[in-house]
Design a protein around this ligand. Sequence first.
Ligand SMILES: *Cc1c(COP(=O)(O)O)cnc(C)c1O
Length: 358
Amino acid sequence: MKWEENVRRVVPYVPGEQPNKPNMIKLNTNECPYPPAPGVQKAIAGMQSEDFRLYPDPGAEVLVQGLADYYGLKKEQVFVGVGSDDVISMAFLTFFQGGKPILFPDITYSFYDVWAQLYRIPYETCALDEDFRIRPEDYKRANGGVIFPNPNAPTGVYESLELVEEIVQANRDVVVIVDEAYIDFGGKTALPLIEKYDNLLVVQTFSKSRAMAGMRIGFAMGSEKLIGYLNDVKFSFNSYTMNRPALALGIEALKDKAYFGEITGKIIATRERVKRELKTLGFTFPDSLANFIFASHQQLPAQEIFRALKEKDIYVRYWNKPRINNFLRITVGTDEEMEILLSFLKEYINKRMGEKTC
Ligand SMILES: *Cc1c(COP(=O)(O)O)cnc(C)c1O
């Protein structure tokens, strides 16, 4: 059709499956296995129909101020959106435009190249080394902006703040975005660097460490100038990105620091235990500081294990992509969930190894 010539075409991002089976074990989209803070649950019960009838505050003031207080910033240094996907997409639109290519790792969050294509932003990827580490030298060339997650997804590899600063320092003429979706599981945030570098945007989310993926709350922190530009674009796009329940429940989640420490601590402890168990089963993986482990078995193909797990309604994530097609990304669930996963793997691997030696 002639009109199709005018269609803005893009190959969309493929999110992880969201199956809904009664006894499934869902370890495929890095959700938190624990419920949100008790205060959030209480506030849900107290929701009024006014929260649905009225428009929300377009400035999302309560949440912006709450985040500013929490992180010791001015409210002019905080931007909020509908999940960090919305925040990062808005940042691409605001800060990256044409001219030179933006840079990000070859193995990373697979939404970055989709946004680049959607907004017609040229991009180049920089190959991680064989241990899935970022090579900072790769980011010391002319470019239109830089983005990388820390810890990286789907590898779980965390890079030091020294490396992050080295990349920011080498890119003072463009905006550098550090996507910290998994920073609360043991890494150090680059947040202190925003006072020193007005071109650094740090993005975080309530989806993973605050158990609120379904509410869609993400935020960015940076210099007042950066945040001002982001808001100009946001208000030119959709004034009411955050709905009233999300604003009210987000602030409740922030209030309960003890609960936050408790659930992230539990996930970290489970992760470390699962790492040891996976090793004894013959898996190798880069060390992860996220709420998932990116594991490869020494003898059995990842795709085979992925299918066998799925058959048992245990969902993990698998990508049939170059360099990572022999890895499974396994979200860290509760101890009980991981026990079921591990005992199935043990049985399955033993059986298959037995067949192999016969
Ligand atoms: C999960 C994730 C996001 C997006 O999370 P939201 O639910 O949109 O906040 C962004 N970046 C990375 C690397 C992620 O893994």
